[in-house]
Write a protein that binds this ligand. Structure first.
Ligand code: ADP
Ligand code: MG
Length: 158
């Protein structure tokens, strides 16, 4: 696993932006970690990197927000309020096998629906350090994301 510590929201966004050019349809990125850890902030950067100009807002209440004005469609999901098993009804499978990039916050609520290949990023607030720093740990599942990680963001081995 590889980790990186960033000190500002802008730096978190820059990581998302750096990842975006390497993404292709059907890619799935899971963003996990506490409320306020920076998952949506990262997604804003990723969207900007895809050339999306719309303002990315948290899909907490809508569960899915779709952005179609970039290099690839972006499907941004927040599974926190999904009832057990309703990922199925939502047609997650079609999104995951679809034409765009999928970003899922709170993936533990759709654990049963996940395909074999994805990039999990775990966000941690370093509150004990009394600053705004966040540590992002990148955990690629499958060769596709291992390759992307080796090429895209300069990360430290941990
Ligand atoms: P989440 O989606 O994980 O609940 P958000 O990205 O919505 O988190 O919120 C993160 C909040 O923390 C924002 O208000 C953001 O400005 C603030 N913040 C402070 N420092 C950072 C940082 N280094 N990275 C990301 N967000 C940060
Ligand atoms: Mg969020």
């Amino acid at each position: 696993m590889k980790a990186i510590t960033v000190n500002t929201p802008e730096a978190t966004m820059a990581l998302g932006k750096a990842l975006a050019p390497f993404l292709s349809p059907e890619d799935l990125i899971l963003l996990d970690g506490d409320l306020g850890a920076g998952k949506t902030t990262f997604t804003k950067g990723l969207a900007a990197g895809l050339g999306i100009k719309c303002n990315v807002k948290s899909p907490t209440f809508t569960i899915i927000r779709e952005y179609q004005d970039g290099r690839l469609p972006l499907y941004h999901m927040d599974a926190y309020r999904l009832d057990d098993g309703s990922g199925d009804e939502l047609g997650l499978d079609e999104y995951f096998n679809g034409d765009g990039v999928n970003v899922v916050e709170w993936s533990k609520f759709v654990e049963d629906e996940l395909p074999d290949n994805y990039l999990r990023i775990i966000f941690k607030r370093n509150d004990d350090q009394g600053d705004n720093s966040r540590t992002l740990t990148f955990d690629p599942h499958g060769a596709h994301f291992q390759k992307i990680l080796s090429e895209s963001i300069d990360l430290d081995d941990k």
